[in-house]
Ligand binder design. Structure first.
Ligand code: ADP
Ligand code: MG
Length: 353
């Protein structure tokens, strides 16, 4: 691991016995331009029956993190360090065979675009049945019945006939449902949903999220819901992890984060969130500036070039010293707890309306 800076000893908790435990995760890509530090020292936990929302602007490392959990990175160009433990099993060093067995069976993923997961050449039913035969040893007949059952579960009308349709015969929302059926066919313990509703209209979005919630209640699975939209997660997640430039900058329950976010980046995300009260054409306030290059991330706190508050912290601390994220509720920012609170209440909250 020559390209990686070692995390400070004792800086992060280790030895968690959570259902999914990610510790000091580093995912670096070797490219022609240099090393892309896509994930750079990330730790989080997730329990069964709970939903963790991972939020952050595009390029903050959300998808790369979850592809690492699923073991889907190309080992030739990717350096992965740290620990990913799922139900007591260490995944970062696991063989391809082990990972293949776990994917689709113990853990499954749904993507933003169902067409990346569904093949145009096979019927929807066959694609749902296939992992069920492979992982559960079911017969063709059993797997077909299971596919019909799953289509019904995810709310596809006339599942007995629609099971023989091809993906292009389904609407966008129905394809998303079919992909969810495929992901859930083996009752995975961990479901990773990567921007599952971004391409859908608001009504269908809400239906899909409700569906995920229902299915979770039924089989107690753990869900990671990745999104750049705080509005989407705040309705369904229990806990939130806010990511910026390959690191977690804030964590807490949804309630804590919506009520009193602590990190200036989280303030920006909240400010750019569409509000029910605002009229449709009222422009949202984006966070000024753009996400940093992960080839050469800023020194100190990666957010400092876009942050209005380094002067409040004083000296050049924000530009030189990377802030630590405490375990549990907290944020990786050099402002004092008192400063975070008063800036939020005086300057940010009034603008959120
Ligand atoms: P997001 O938070 O939008 O899901 P990603 O996790 O996809 O962001 O990407 C994080 C960063 O890693 C981005 O800068 C992206 O360009 C880079 N990245 C992702 N995959 C690769 C790859 N295979 N090779 C090089 N860079 C990559
Ligand atoms: Mg992504």
């Amino acid at each position: 691991m020559t390209t990686m800076t070692k995390p400070e000893e004792g800086a992060l908790p280790t030895g968690s016995d959570a259902f999914l435990s990610v510790r000091d995760l580093y995912v670096h890509f070797s490219t022609e331009d240099g090393v892309v530090k896509a994930v750079d020292g990330l730790s989080f936990d997730l329990e069964r029956g709970q939903t963790l929302g991972i939020v952050g602007e595009s390029g903050s490392g959300k998808s790369v993190t979850n592809l690492a959990v699923l073991g889907l990175h190309n080992p030739k160009t990717t350096e992965i360090a740290g620990e990913i433990v799922l139900d007591g099993q260490e995944l970062t060093g696991a063989s391809n065979r082990t990972m293949e067995r776990l994917r689709g069976n113990k853990m499954a993923m749904i993507f933003q675009d169902p067409l990346t997961a569904l093949s145009p050449y096979y019927t929807v039913g066959r694609q749902i049945a296939e992992p069920y035969m492979k992982h559960m040893g079911a017969s063709r007949k059993e797997a077909r019945d299971r596919a019909v059952e799953m289509l019904e579960k995810v709310g596809i009308p006339q599942p007995r006939t629609r099971v023989d349709d091809y993906p292009h015969q389904f609407s966008g929302g129905m394809r998303q449902r079919a992909m969810i059926a495929m992901a859930l066919v083996c009752d995975p313990d961990l479901l990773i949903a990567d921007e599952p509703t971004t391409a859908l209209d608001v009504t269908v979005q809400a239906q899909i999220l409700d569906l995920l919630k229902d299915l979770q209640q039924e089989n107690g699975s753990a869900i990671i819901l990745i999104t750049h939209d705080l509005g989407v997660v705040s309705n369904v997640a229990d806990n939130l992890l806010v990511m910026y430039a390959g690191r977690a900058v804030e964590r807490g329950t949804v309630r804590e984060l919506i009520k009193e976010p602590q990190h200036p980046y989280a303030w920006g995300l909240l400010g750019s969130m569409p509000r029910l009260s605002s009229s449709v054409d009222e422009p949202l306030t984006p966070i000024p500036g753009s996400p940093p290059s992960l080839l050469n991330p800023p020194s100190g706190c990666a957010f400092h070039p876009r942050c209005p508050y380094p002067e409040l912290v004083g000296g050049d601390r924000c530009a030189t010293e990377p802030p630590e994220l405490p375990a549990g509720r907290g944020s990786a920012c050099h402002l004092t707890a008192e400063q975070k609170r008063s800036v939020f209440i005086e300057k940010i909250q009034p603008r959120l309306g």
